[in-house]
Design a protein around this ligand. Structure first.
Ligand code: SAM
Length: 260
């Protein structure tokens, strides 16, 4: 699965508008209590998260940016020459990616992973790490006006999302709820907030076209025709995501990595 720099640039504004401000402020406050905090961005793409946290992360923060796609990594390295930009396959190398992190962050990443991967990931997290998981797709979509095929196309798209792209069968729209559950069970204090993409096709035609193309392609790959759905004109689109901020509890910090 390829996420081009162009697609990531298209979605960056919608992501920036959608990010929950209250959780970002809480993240900033938690980071400010740490000395030279190491922030790890999983599936960093070209560095959208780093840009989003420019006025939030302390100036002393150190960044480790991780991805496996050479095209996005080249852009990230050019834009952030002082960062530790790592070419890692996160399906295999969780430990190296999260080692010593004060904050393990990601945007639009966890829907790609399986339940087994997520469970292993949470067990391998440094016990005192802050976890910030932004813009995890949660399966809710409102396309207006409605089309008779909306429900069938969405169901088929979700089936397509659940395929294995290297992490095992992907969680797709279930990822946000599962991550919330696993972090809570392992002792983190978890807060969540809606982070809706609210799109106006007239002002963001390229993003909306790419989005509709991707959903139609996924639907057809799952055997549901989208030929009537795809060209149907809409005046507004809402795509649901969850933002998650998990802060380590005192109990969590005292636990050993292999306990529980
Ligand atoms: C939806 S994009 C989000 C990118 C970025 N976080 C952003 O918000 O612009 C998902 C990212 O995960 C990366 N990714 C997917 N599978 C990966 C893997 N096995 N190892 C490392 N990165 C991976 C992709 O290359 C892509 O950059």
């Amino acid at each position: 699965m390829k996420y081009t720099p162009n697609w990531l640039a298209l979605r960056e504004d919608a992501d920036a508008r959608a990010r929950d401000r209250r959780l970002i402020e809480q993240l900033g406050a938690a980071l400010s209590e740490r000395t030279e905090p190491l922030i790890v961005d999983l599936g960093c793409g070209t560095g959208a998260l780093r840009r989003a946290l420019t006025n939030v992360a302390p100036a002393s923060a150190r960044w480790r940016m991780v991805d496996h796609d050479p095209d996005v990594l080249a852009v990230a390295r050019e834009r952030f020459p002082e960062a530790d930009v790592l070419d890692l396959d996160l399906a295999e190398e969780i430990e190296r990616a999260v080692a010593d992190a004060d904050c393990v962050a990601a945007t639009a990443f966890y829907d790609l992973v399986s339940l087994d991967w997520l469970d292993r990931f949470v067990r391998l997290l440094p016990q005192d790490a802050i976890v910030y998981a932004a813009l995890t797709y949660d399966g809710r979509e409102h396309w207006r006006p409605r089309h008779r095929d909306d429900a069938d196309v969405l169901e088929a798209f979700h089936k397509y999302q659940r395929r294995d792209i290297g992490f095992g069968p992907a969680l797709g729209p279930d990822a946000a709820a599962k991550l919330t559950q696993l972090l809570s069970e392992r002792g983190w204090n978890v807060s969540t907030a809606d982070a809706w993409w609210r799109l106006d096709p007239d002002s963001e035609p390229e993003l909306v076209n790419e989005l509709a193309d991707g959903i139609a392609m996924g639907s057809e790959a799952s055997g549901v025709k989208a030929g009537a759905w795809r060209p149907f004109l809409r005046h507004s689109i809402e795509i649901g995501h969850l933002d998650i901020l998990a802060l380590p509890s005192d109990e969590n910090v005292q636990a050993t990595p292999d306990s529980a």
